[in-house]
Design a protein around this ligand. Structure first.
Ligand SMILES: Nc1ncnc2c1ncn2[C@@H]1O[C@H](COP(=O)(O)OP(=O)(O)OP(=O)(O)O)[C@@H](O)[C@H]1O
Ligand SMILES: [Mg+2]
Length: 219
């Protein structure tokens, strides 16, 4: 079982979007649980709107006891994705979740104001635990040439931060997905959704490949 915590203390960078969409992507090939630890309850709100069966399980909890025992689900799920709240510096809940993590996925928007909170999340919550992690750029503007390349350069050369090769572009279909209850596996395939489907599918494979590398001892 692989526990993936989706975290960035910066609010609104796409933590819930990434947990739901990548949960759906991984559910095509694996047994997946998405855990909402945010009191906002966005995961449940999103799932309640779905008109389709979701191929992954969902639960919401802030119980330190339950989260501390997440390993007891070993054998039932291949991937557990834990969505966390924005605006959180730390605290017992975040500590418990981070202590359970095998990998931290850090979504980040191409916004200069997202940099400091992202670095803070890495230095305060991730690095002290020596956890594997990777930044995922989200809301890259498909109309701005080289936007992603510029941000990748910054992450690589200035900060030396591990990152995904691929990214998620900004699409209306992403923003509409919670209210429509849609995730990758329930989206109709049309011009409006094509970019979302392509990006989430690609990042899903890249995420899986990271775990396969770990198994092969290449991590
Ligand atoms: N790639 C994208 N394209 C368009 N809209 C997006 C994209 N990613 C996220 N959004 C939208 O941006 C908003 C914030 O995303 P989301 O709720 O996933 O962020 P979050 O990090 O979970 O926020 P919080 O810190 O409040 O929990 C939502 O309205 C979401 O639909
Ligand atoms: Mg959220």
């Amino acid at each position: 079982m692989n526990v993936i915590v989706v975290a960035n203390q910066k609010g609104g960078v796409g933590k819930t979007t990434v947990a739901m969409q990548l949960g759906a992507a991984l559910s095509r090939r694996h047994r997946v649980l998405v855990v909402d630890t945010d009191r906002q309850g966005s995961v449940g709100w999103w799932a309640d709107r779905s008109r389709h069966h979701l191929a992954f399980d969902l639960t919401a909890t802030q119980s330190l006891l339950a989260l501390g025992r997440i390993r007891e689900l070993e054998g039932r799920y291949h991937y557990v994705l834990i969505d966390t709240a924005g605006g959180v510096e730390g605290g017992a809940l975040m500590d418990t979740v981070m202590d359970a993590a095998d990998f931290v996925l850090v979504p980040m928007t191409p916004d200069p104001l997202a940099f400091a909170p992202t670095l803070h999340t890495i230095s305060r919550l991730i690095e002290p635990r020596m956890l594997r992690f990777s930044v995922l750029l989200n809301r890259i503007d498909p109309c701005i040439p080289h936007q992603a390349a510029g941000w990748c350069d910054l992450l690589d050369s200035v900060y030396g931060i591990p990152r995904f090769d691929h990214h998620l572009r900004e699409y209306r279909a992403h923003a509409d997905a919670p209210a429509l209850g849609d995730v990758l596996t329930t989206l109709p395939d049309n011009r409006r959704t094509r970019g979302v489907i392509a990006d989430v599918t690609t990042v899903g494979y890249e995420l899986e490949a990271q775990f396969e590398s770990a198994l092969a001892g290449r991590w």
